[in-house]
Design a protein around this ligand. Sequence first.
Ligand code: ARG
Length: 566
Amino acid sequence: MQAFTDAILNALAAESGLDADAFKLERARDPKLGDFAVPCFPLAKALKQAPPAIAADLAAKLPARLEGITVEAAGPYLNFRIDRTALASTVIGAILDQGQDFGKSDEGHGRTIVIDLSSPNIAKPMSVGHLRSTVIGAAIQRLHDHLGYTTVGINHIGDWGSQFGKLVAAMNRWGDTVELENDPIQALLALYVRFHEEVENDPSLAEEGKEAFRELESGVDGDVRATWRKLTELSLAEFDKTYKRLGVTFDEVRGEAFYEDHLDATIERIVASGVTETSDDALVVSLTEFNENLPPCILRKSDGTTLYATRDLAALFQRWEEFSFTRCLYVVGSDQRLHFRQLKNVLKRLEVDWEPRVEHIDFGLMRLPEGKLSSRQGRVVFLEDLLDEAVEKARGIIAEKNPDLADAEDVAQAVGIGAVVFHDLKRERIKDVLFEWEDVLSFEGETGPYVQYTHARLASIEARAASQGLGSEDPDLTKLDDAGDLLLLLGRFPAVVRSAARNAEPSEITRYVLELARETNSWYANHRVLGDDPVLSRSRLALVCGAKIVIANSLRLLGIGAPEEM
Ligand code: ARG
């Protein structure tokens, strides 16, 4: 497809004597008029002519420079239409030739993207917010991988802070009253709750908590640290279960504690640059020059301990040193907007020139319908339960629709988990997500199962063709001249991948693949693929294979399985 758009832009540049980027190539508003349009208003000044005259003039001269593309003037617009046979052979040729690699490029060659994602807090259940961060962040990473970037996915585990002092104190007092091995997160949560209940009437407990955190921060490798380490290990093992089900891995799992040895140097560096001051005995960087209401960034509290922001600043400097990133993306909920604004403004005060490379990739809340999840009474909603329930429901649907399915259990996993992931990525990330089972798991409408089902349908056509000894080789692509919309859509895939990566917006892929599934189904409803004419059958089969590959590629980038049968 880019071959065509490049050809158009080059021809326009050569004919007009202007730079290719003087032209804005858009999708034609009315598909009847063409596939692409170029408005001539912006050229009037440079070419010293009225836009309609420019359009008419170029429309007359361009055909000599364009092959397989027709051009027409319509008022101040130039409309371009790609010859359907040329379109079919370029698009289908590229897809069948490149398969899984279709849409790959080397735009990212030699560039590193750091992605901070998932980042749950130990001793607590992973929340739906962390699920969103995991799913969105992993998709952003895969998109960049596809474009040849070096990507580094970092799970910035919340394993440091005063709450861990409290937890250690609670463990010391009542640790032997809870079952840590069986359900560690639940047990730790219970300890934490008990601490807060009992501390009301027992101030010594508060003191023990503070003392434990002080000891932790002091670096002493004693009992406190041993207990903290155990908490971390138990929690990470629990988190791994969820990551496994989602098929997500990390390049680095670095908790906040990883930056322990960098904290002093970070604070010294900021102090040395002269932007700190003392406020209520705390060491802070004032940010009022950016906005008078912006609270200062606190680096060290009056009791000498560090904060979430201190550790994030240390991590930023460390990441810059290690990776010299082109972008450093923080996939974190929009409730932390203030935090990231503060971090970036501290960088600005330090006059760090890579500050614009640091981006908060924020997202909205996921709201779960109350009482509809089968979580045990009195428990917070555990993600594992949510995923279990999705798979359970998928199992039920599959048993009903296709009771003889061979790999029913694998398919139920792919459909159940895939449905939750797809739903999460369906709208612009900044929008809140309302979780309703009907919207998640339906086989019709804008759902993961709908797209997977479309893919499986194409796979079954392929299988039927194969059983008749028919393949997609030697197609006559002139026979696809009535599949223009579908071909254009398939050809757009590489551009959609580039745009989704640039905007760190996986929903661009979700929207795209929904449109592709719809377009494929409507084409299929009107065309018989395997008929009496073998050449026509092979040609249509080539289109079916192409659509199947692009749907599977889209799903893979989103982190969703594409079963051959369901
Ligand atoms: N652990 C934090 C939380 O659950 C998220 C950390 C996000 N990453 C970061 N570098 N601050 O709220």
